[in-house]
Design a protein around this ligand. Structure first.
Ligand code: IVH
Length: 673
């Protein structure tokens, strides 16, 4: 098969990926599996690396993260980004309508959900994304183009027939589930928690490394225009359809309302519906539908007069901080948690609220004994939103960061540049408890019946003293039966699920070990690139960094984890217990005939694409690098080799082989992958 012109293939891949991004992220109607999508993206990234001359600003490969930036440059908004006046009740809304009806006649409204995120403006010229910026002070914002491109729902190119210049505006936000995962991961990574999805989205857009932004999976909704040249709609109702035709993600729930009465009806209906949405909606934006009439109403210096935001009152209740607990997570991070006088809030009884970190405690100035107002952030986690200092009792006590670990009395430290406080003792019982619970959890080894309560009891009774000791429980059936609510049947079931978990495979084990920065996705990457845990343990930082999905932070964390004697010996014990530590993904592979060889590829090979060759060589154990050094064993030279050949010739250690010569010596199957 003749190799396709790389430039054509690059173009083709870019178009395909953009199409599938649109299907998946805008229309929610994917046509291919994630795996197929990843294959396309990986091929594109590899080709762009090989042919940097075809690099392009609007390539979808930018979505996985461009180069980090030092600082953001300024963007002056051609049309200012004003804010919106808020109202909290019906009479203010009617007063707004009165002002509108005094100024214009025959008008209507569009009522739209007000998503709680961060405003974004995006400029397209001749159908290509030119830049994206934050609101800033309304006149000048930050150029955050590279970060915005990681938002998969944002089109990089617009369809045929789009206006010459089109600036669109909308909201970048984090879905509630994403927010939960980010905070969970921050806990794993020893970082402090974000207080709510809005803060997390704002913080994300300001990150200087786009690949970190990509990993946060921001969502987007577009709802208005900025500066434009060319034909655009003249009502909000049409605008929503137009934006959708231009492939932008738009609101699904909105209503064209003939009068303010209909607007109020929508607001009431939507108040119940909004709780079922997978993201935070904190109100309804009421907009005059007709653009012509908007001009007649104009704007004040702060906000337009033709729209208003009706904000739902968040459900809040007062309660009392009875005590504070300093909870130690499995990575040692200490989080202050307030124990509250139990109260009903948005349908549940709330007894505790996270205070996130000690900086936040100081900022809010919360004392034990204080009356506080709590609210549910994003309908999920209760938060302290107000401290009633005027009601502070005389015997109230400020909350101090602990000077030693509350679980093991070891010293605590601040990680440099971080607000999180941490216990320094790897043997800390609280950390061990967290590690055991995590190892057995559903996303890791999925040991049915091994929940938090059981783990706590077993640790208390000294039945287990480490993660691997879980697998020694089968010799302790009698002791097991002494635990609370543990009958014969449940003990047998538990032991059976422990045994079954041995077969989960390397991927789950890696998740279960709780290596900082390694969640399900990276565990998968590791399993695909190494055949067993031993080869991951041997891998140097450099070797890890050669894997495209692994950056320096992860490489460092993995190498550090596996160089720790305690972790190594735990893994040995897991192995001895019979836990499978081989990659299922790489099962069936024979010996690795190329193990230990460092190979560089240059030139082209008839019938074989270089990324594929690379993969096959790696599969058989070779290390494939991009430039010739004194460590290069073999230079695989194809047609029209480049400067690498000269370099290899000068290099005494490197053998230069054609593909044929190579295959004679090392009979590997090129069709293996
Ligand atoms: S229209 C003049 N529509 O809420 C501003 N804004 O609190 C025109 N927002 O700055 C904005 N959902 O970031 C509009 N459907 C929606 C919105 C929305 C959320 C944001 C926007 C605005 C903020 C004001």
């Amino acid at each position: 098969m003749a190799e396709k012109d790389p430039r054509e293939r690059i173009e083709e891949l870019r178009e395909k990926i953009e199409y599938h991004d649109f299907k998946y992220y805008v229309q929610n109607a994917p046509e291919i599996s994630d795996r197929e999508y990843d294959k396309l993206m990986n091929e594109l990234i590899q080709l762009e690396k090989e042919y940097p001359e075809y690099d392009s600003e609007d390539s979808p490969s930018r979505r996985v993260g461009g180069k980090p930036v030092e600082s953001f440059s300024d963007v002056e908004h051609r049309v200012p980004m004003l804010s919106i006046n808020n109202t909290y009740n019906e009479s203010e809304l009617r007063a707004f309508d009165k002002r509108v009806s005094d100024a214009v006649s025959s008008y209507s409204y569009v009522a739209e959900p007000k998503i709680d995120g961060v405003a974004l403006t995006v400029m397209y010229r001749e159908g290509s994304l030119e830049y994206a910026a934050t609101r800033g002070d309304g006149r000048t914002g930050d150029d955050i183009t590279a970060n915005a491109k990681t938002v998969r729902a944002l089109p990089l190119n617009l369809p045929e027939g789009c206006p010459r210049v089109l600036e669109v505006r909308g909201e970048v936000y984090l879905a509630a589930e994403r927010f939960r995962k980010i905070n969970e991961k921050r806990e794993e990574d020893g970082l402090s928690q974000f207080a709510n999805p809005r803060n997390a989205a704002a913080g994300t857009l300001k990150l200087q490394d786009p690949s970190q932004v990509a990993a946060r999976h921001l969502s987007l909704c577009i709802y208005s225009l900025g500066y434009t040249e060319g034909d655009v709609p003249s009502t909000q109702k049409e605008l929503i359809g137009f934006l959708s035709d231009m492939h932008f993600p738009v609101q699904k729930r909105w209503r064209h309302c003939a009068d303010i009465g209909e607007v109020l009806e929508f607001i009431r209906e939507f108040d119940t519906e909004r709780h079922e949405l997978p993201y935070d909606v904190d109100g309804v934006v009421v907009k005059l539908n007709e653009f012509e009439l908007r001009d007649e109403l104009g704007s004040s210096s702060k906000a337009p007069r033709w729209l208003i935001a009706y904000k739902y009152e968040p459900e809040q209740v007062p309660t009392k901080v009875e005590s504070v607990e300093h909870s130690v997570g499995r990575t040692g991070v200490i989080t202050p948690v307030a124990n509250l006088t139990p109260v009903q809030l948005a349908g549940t009884t709330v007894k505790r609220a996270s205070l996130h970190n000690y900086e936040e405690v100081e900022r809010k100035d919360v004392h034990v004994g204080d009356t506080v107002t709590i609210e549910k952030a994003g309908e999920i986690i209760p938060q302290v939103v107000k401290v009633h200092k005027d009601e502070r009792p005389d015997d109230s006590r400020p909350i101090e960061p602990p000077s030693e670990c509350p679980a093991c009395s070891s010293p605590v430290t601040h990680i440099e540049g971080e607000v999180a406080l941490r216990c320094t003792n790897p043997e800390c019982p609280a950390q061990l408890e967290g590690r055991v619970i995590h190892f057995c959890s559903r996303s890791a080894m999925d040991i049915d019946g091994f929940g938090e309560a059981i783990a706590k009891q077993m640790l208390k009774e000294d039945m287990i003293d480490s993660v691997p000791s879980i697998y020694e429980l089968r010799d302790k059936r009698e002791e097991l039966l002494k635990l609370e609510r543990m009958g014969e049947k449940s003990a047998d079931n538990l032991l059976a699920s422990i045994e079954n978990s041995k077969e989960r495979g390397l991927h789950r084990v890696l998740v279960g070990l709780g290596i900082p920065h390694v969640g399900a996705r990276l565990a998968q990457v590791l399993t695909e690139n190494f055949r067993d845990i031993a080869s991951i343990m041997e891998a140097t930082r450099e070797r890890l960094e050669e894997i495209s999905e692994i950056g320096p932070i992860v490489a460092d964390s993995v190498a550090k984890f596996f160089s720790d004697e305690r972790n190594r010996s735990e893994i040995e014990r897991l192995d001895a217990a019979g836990v499978k530590l081989r990659s299922k993904e790489r099962e069936g592979e024979g010996e690795r005939p190329l193990a230990g060889l460092t190979i560089v590829i240059t030139g082209s090979f008839e019938g074989h694409k270089r990324p594929e060759l690379t993969r096959v060589l790696e599969l058989h154990g070779a290390k494939v690098t991009s430039s010739v050094s004194k460590n290069t064993d073999i230079l695989l030279a194809g047609e029209s080799p480049g400067s690498k050949l000269d370099k290899a010739r000068k290099n005494g250690n490197t053998r230069i082989l054609s593909l044929e010569e190579f295959l004679n010596e090392y009979p590997v199957h090129l069709e293996d992958r």
